[in-house]
Design a protein around this ligand. Sequence first.
Ligand code: SAM
Length: 217
Amino acid sequence: MGILYVVGTPIGNLKDITLRALEILKSVDLIACEDTRVTAKLLARYEINKSLLSYHQYSKLQKIDLLISELKNGKNIALVSDAGTPTISDPGDVLVNEAYKNNIKVIIIPGVSACISAISISGFNTNEFVFLGFLPKKKGRETMFKSLQEEKKLIVFYESPFRIKKTLSDILEKLGDKEVFVARELTKIFEEVYRGKVSEIMEKVKEKGEFVVIIKN
Ligand code: SAM
């Protein structure tokens, strides 16, 4: 039986990768990734030549079957996503689940995650938080905001540049003028953080790049 390694990769700065992750990426038989072009760029940076198989949670189950049968045949596979920790708002959980069902060993090679990175520099009390991934765009959005009115913990979620202003304005309207922390483009050239009342931040925030939003309760 092979081993399935779940490998964390950078969220921007390609130097944010562990020595162990590089060692594993060099040693496995196959790397299962989201977008082969994104992973190829990372591998090129570290001169790693490896077969890549584009894997997507929503692609046909045959792909999972193929990876599981490779693992059963003794091949070691690394699962990576385009950025950060696989399966955190990213595909891969179905493969990991199938691996356990087939008694295949799963090993984590920990790396960065945008969620944890943002929380750790928010300066808020981080003892307890709820992570929502991406918020619903339409269906369920209203109900979700209603349920958040009762939330006492930090609320953390991912947001896109196309909806950041709308979401901040929804927070103001539905939850009040909360204290927020917005992290944009962490570890990248245009890295920026905003901290303050949501009413102020919605005026300042640039609608470009990738975002993590944290609401203080
Ligand atoms: N698996 C990833 C992780 O562990 O961080 C998250 C993948 S999810 C598909 C991508 C979202 O994460 C982006 O839309 C953005 O909200 C957030 N994100 C990823 N990289 C980021 C960065 N460098 N700065 C801020 N947010 C980021």
